[in-house]
Design a binder for this molecule. Structure first.
Ligand SMILES: [Fe+2]
Length: 201
C-alpha cells in the first residue's frame, strides 16, 4: 500500500547567489561602515548588541544598484506566483553590523509581501544562521512524538549564511538570527517589499 503525502499550503524561502558577489560586496561593505561612522548609534530594533541603520538605504545613491537587484529578485518571484503585471515594488532596506555576541530576536514584518536578507561579510558557520519558525506552531494542539524532525514535523528551519547569498521570504514568516559566535562582524542588508498597483492616472 502506497501512501503519498501532498504538501498543502507550503511556505517558501527563495534563495539566490550573486555572481559578482566579491566586488559587489566590497563596495557595499565600505558604504555600510561609512554609514555607521556617520551615525554610530543607529536604530534600536530587533538587534541585540548590533548596529542597524535607518530603513532608508533605498533612497541613498550608493545603494541604488543593490535596491534595483532586490526589486528584480522580487519581481521574478512575483511572476512565478502569477502576480498582476505592472505592479510597483516598494522597497525599504537597512544595513546590519552584528559584532561577535550580537543576535536578532524572533520577529516578523507586518504589511509587506516580501522580506529578505542579503549577506555581505561574515565567517560561516560560526557567525550564526537565520532561522524560521513554523507559523502554524501556535495553533497546534500537540507536538509530534518524533525521534528526528522531518520537513513536516520540524518547528524551526535554519538557512546557511553565505557572502553574496540573498534569501527572500513572506513577511509573515517569523524569523530571528542566532548569536554571532565568530570573531568578526556579520554584515548584511535586510529589506521589506510591498507590492502595489501603479497609479494609472
Ligand atoms: Fe527581519
Amino acid at each position: 500500500m502506497e501512501i503519498v503525502p501532498q504538501f498543502i499550503f507550503p511556505s517558501a524561502v527563495w534563495a539566490t547567489l550573486f555572481d559578482d558577489r566579491e566586488s559587489f560586496n566590497a563596495s557595499l561593505l565600505d558604504q555600510i561602515y561609512r554609514l555607521r561612522d556617520q551615525d554610530p548609534n543607529g536604530v534600536a530594533n530587533t538587534n541585540v548588541r548590533g548596529w542597524q541603520s535607518p530603513n532608508n538605504l533605498q533612497s541613498l545613491e550608493e545603494f541604488q544598484e543593490f535596491s534595483l537587484r532586490v526589486v528584480q529578485v522580487c519581481q521574478r518571484i512575483g511572476e512565478s506566483q502569477n502576480f498582476m503585471p505592472n505592479l510597483s515594488f516598494n522597497l525599504q532596506a537597512w544595513a546590519n553590523i552584528n559584532p561577535p555576541g550580537a543576535s536578532n530576536k524572533i520577529h516578523f514584518h507586518a504589511n509587506c509581501h516580501f522580506s529578505g536578507i542579503y549577506y555581505i561579510s561574515l565567517k560561516a558557520p560560526e557567525c550564526g544562521s537565520i532561522f524560521f519558525r513554523d507559523p502554524r506552531v501556535a495553533s497546534r494542539m500537540l507536538t509530534y512524538p518524533i525521534a528526528k524532525p522531518t520537513e513536516f514535523t520540524t518547528e524551526e528551519v535554519r538557512m546557511k549564511p553565505e557572502e553574496g547569498r540573498m534569501y527572500v521570504f513572506p513577511g509573515w514568516l517569523e524569523h530571528g538570527v542566532e548569536e554571532n559566535r565568530s570573531d568578526q562582524d556579520r554584515v548584511s542588508i535586510a529589506f521589506n517589499v510591498l507590492c502595489g498597483m501603479r497609479d494609472s492616472g
